[in-house]
Design a binder for this molecule. Sequence first.
Ligand code: ATP
Length: 748
Amino acid sequence: MRLKNLEINGFKSFSKKTTLEFESPIVSIVGPNGSGKSNVVEAIRFVLGEQSMKSMRGKAGLDLIFKGSKKLPAGSRASVTIYFNNKDKIFKLSNENGENINLNYDIISISREVYSDGLNKYVLNGGEVRLKDINNLLASVNIGSSGHHIISQGEADRILNASSKDRREMIEDALGLKIYQYKIKDAERKLERTTNNMKEVFLLRKENAPHINFLKKQVEKFEKAKEMKVDLLNFYNEYLKKESVYLEKEKHTLGVEKNKILNEITEINQKISSVEEENPAAENKNNEELRNLENKLREIRNVKGELDRKLGRIEGMIEMEERQKEKPVKSENISIHREEAENFLKEINEYLEEAIYMDVLENIAPILGKVKDIVNRFARNFGEETQPNNFSNQGQIEGLKSTQNEILTEVDKIKIEENKILDSIEKIKEKISKEIEDRHEGEKEKFTWRVRHQELSSSLQLISVKEENIKRENENFENEIKEGGALIGGDIFSYKNFEFEGMPDRNNQEEMRRKIERIKIKLEDAGALGGSEILKEFEETTERDRFLAKEMEDLETSINSLRVLMTDLKEKIDIEFKDGIKKINVQFQELFALMFGGGTAHLSVIVESRKIKNEEDGESNPEEDKNIPLEQGIEIGVSLPHKKVKELHSLSGGERSLTSIALLFAMSQVNPPPFLVLDETDAALDEANSRKYGDMLEKLSKRSQLIVVTHNRETMSRAGVLYGVTIGADGASKLLSVKFDEATAIAK
Ligand code: ATP
């Protein structure tokens, strides 16, 4: 037996915890009207997850909680727990992946609690679960949510009243197909989720596509730039090496040239200054000497002149003395001795000559003074001769002659000295003119050096210009390395390993530089600088896109497999449903005939379709409306024995009860539920039919437990356990186990 017991606590009229043990295949609940029997049935509905408040005769959750009585306070929560035997581990629960997992409990307890605020709580073996889990769990043991196995009071003919679609549901439930329906629902939900995911992924990929395209183009540019970089590096290696060789050589050559010029300039400067230093000193010295000698000569000549004049006078005096001694001279006749006159003239003449050669005016005046003295002396001598010659004597003459000789000796000495000076003057003059000549030579030499100096200075200037050029070229070289380095990194220095000897051709270098420039421009245009990041981003983005594409594929696969699953499940349901209907029909026919003593009854599957209006172009055309097949429904066809009535609604209350009981029992025979709850299903039956009903209960109870609420003695007699429900003085339902005789008494 599957069903073990039921605990009701605070539910409706059961204010206190009340337990029902289902120890017998048929348990009957008896009691007077309004004692709370149906509340037990509703407690079972409630705990099994019933969502319709109406079917529990309430409007809100609060209606299910004990409302209190004069003696008892109202409850704040209602709870019902049902216990099932699970030693065979038949109860299954679906996990997230839709797989059924057997629950490893010997006893399965399901609780449902409702609070005054309407909040519901489901508990499975102590752990809170969702209603969905309860439904799944119960479906695994053929307890469907349609509640076909719980027939409430007055609902004996519920299946007859139900719509063909609801009937189908009840039958599916009874056939244990509900579990497939849940799986289909799950698959539909998953399909919807997966389709949405797919849409999202599709949109994401669509959004990303332009960016990926952009990145792809960038990467292509970058790849091209990489190739260009290789070319650039090759060009750089050759160009920079040659340029460095050129610069080194140029610097060296210029350095050598410059040193050479500077040395030569230093030499020339030395030569020029040595020429300038030597000449003036020598020239000054000789001129000085010449001036001294000339002064000396003049002095000597003055002395000699003086001596000559003295000598002349003495000679004149001697002559005069001698003449006076020989022949006296009358004072009236003035005679001038020829020699005296000649001496006078000679003396005058010498002074005048001297004066003529004098180049300085102030030196002439003293000479002229001397000339005047000579003239005066001559005039005096001439006057003296007018005197009578009384004084002439030999002693005087000799004295004069001795003086004359002394003077002559002196004059001779002076002449020798004069000649010496004249010689010296001659020599010094020669020296000076030699010096002048030499100086002229020096000037000429100096001029030549100066011209050379000028030439060298110009060369030096040229070298400075060249140096400036080299400096600029060197700066360009360094800038080129910097710019190149920014484009190709540290590899730029690999030019040092490039092998080249000789002097590079400047035109070739220029040509190469232009090529390099062109590549650089292209590289910058390609935006090569951020290439590696773009490459990384491209790889990441394409990787993500690949991932999304894979996800799309997976989603598509899972959509397809969900569709396949749904189709399979639908097919399975269809097949099992049709098969189940056949089996039910066999049982239905049999039970129906048994109940009514003949007649026929059967279920038939109908397919309803509905029209979808074709409203294309905004106009409705009934001929083009489409028929969309709807879910299948179930029709019940009966034919009572000896009666023509075939319509269900024309049947009497008892007939309706019997028909629906026959169908319900037929359904239960084909796929027996663990238990059936029948709340006064037998109410409308007469005695004969009650017996037949009792027989069927017994037959049915072999495969399903039965809980029957009844006032019917016959039905009570078939039960193994009888519970009596009474309403106490406190207004709460009470449960007690009763014997058959007590039961009939209580039931009244
Ligand atoms: P009958 O034989 O006439 O069908 P019954 O035994 O099936 O009667 P129930 O319908 O189960 O009786 O019980 C109805 C009783 O339960 C009523 O008296 C009603 O007042 C009481 N009842 C229903 N809901 C509550 C509640 N929330 N709190 C207290 N009592 C309640």
